[in-house]
Ligand binder design. Sequence first.
Ligand code: PMP
Length: 410
Amino acid sequence: AIYKIPRAPPDKILGLTEEFNKDKNPNKTNLTVGIYKDNWGHVTTFPSVARAQMVLDQSFEMNTDLSYLPIEGCPDFQSNVLQFLYKESCPEGAEFLSKNRISFVQTLSGTGALAVASKLLSLFMSKAVWIPNPSWPNHANVFQNNGFKRINYYTYYRDGGLDVDSWLQDLEQAVRDGDGSPQCIVLHACCHNPTGVDPSLEQWRTILDKINELNLIPIIDMAYQGLDTGDLHKDAYLLRMSLDEERYQWPNGLFLCQSFAKNMGLYGERVGSLSVVTPADTELKLNIDSQLKKIVRGMYSSPPGYGSRVANVVLSNPELKKTWFKDVQNMASRLQYVRAELGKRLDWPLLNNTRANHGMFLYTGLDPSKVDQLRRNHSVYLVQDGRLSLSGLNDSNLDYVCDALKKVSE
Ligand code: PMP
């Protein structure tokens, strides 16, 4: 009955912005959401994206089509994104493309890709998933909403650092304790959210070997491509390593959930993709294509059009694409600048560890009571787990925020 619907807790991250908006302190600083802001605190459109919008505006044919997109998305988007991901970012992928082994749907950004992937997996393959501890809080929510029965956490970060040994032990234990049916594992492709700490390439090699040995199904969540090194292509290293076919076959497929929210600043347009790299079998790829379409049709029918048209222009116009690479480089550099400025003001060892510390977030290690103090006494808003979104910092608020951070950590 309707009165049995209980109250759901507010979203852990977006709920804080509601509170922030009500805060009257003129120095209030919102360091919660992962949206890129420039040094003036503005969310701006990247020059490449703004130019692409102008191209669209001026092109009658390109921008007047307000009709539905196909269920699987815009065909140009599919070819542009496949080219970008599996030829340019990951040349190892070209072979899979030419053998027609990649199922693809345009999705409602990265979250939509995770939703469609988890639905497909839970319908046909697996209802158990391993998520890093900690992780983006919405991972568990998405998998749960789409039929997963077992949401488990593997050790990722402990005592201020990555703990790969415990991670691998947890996975071995998982398979030992499991019922023999396949289990999935979520891997953050780069710029792990919330910690900002990723394994090194050597560590990834060991981890992928273990995942392969244990027959887990990899789900690569690539929401921050380009924000790690500033080089979009380079940042796809986990995809490149995973598609080394001499080493790994992925008999249950490999899932890539990819987003243009952060690296094109297309947050609200919901532009992203799910691709499933399948074993060599023509029928199988067609079966998966058909099931993906059936899932999308039942979930939201078809994706929105405008954002994918913008992405198409950026991806297909060589000049704009070059500008886009520069835009992403600028964003990554500013995030590094903010880190360095924090390092000058705060005596925190984690700020000196530049390799193990990149992307949009800084995991401060502040406990929830300190995070509360920051918010109540200084109107500086972090996520409760101590995650600080670096892009909210700039030349005008760095001193204020660092003073506040010093005061609460004394
Ligand atoms: N995965 C991770 C780890 C994220 O941090 C995000 C964005 N916060 C997403 C996926 C998906 O974001 P979006 O749906 O906006 O592309």
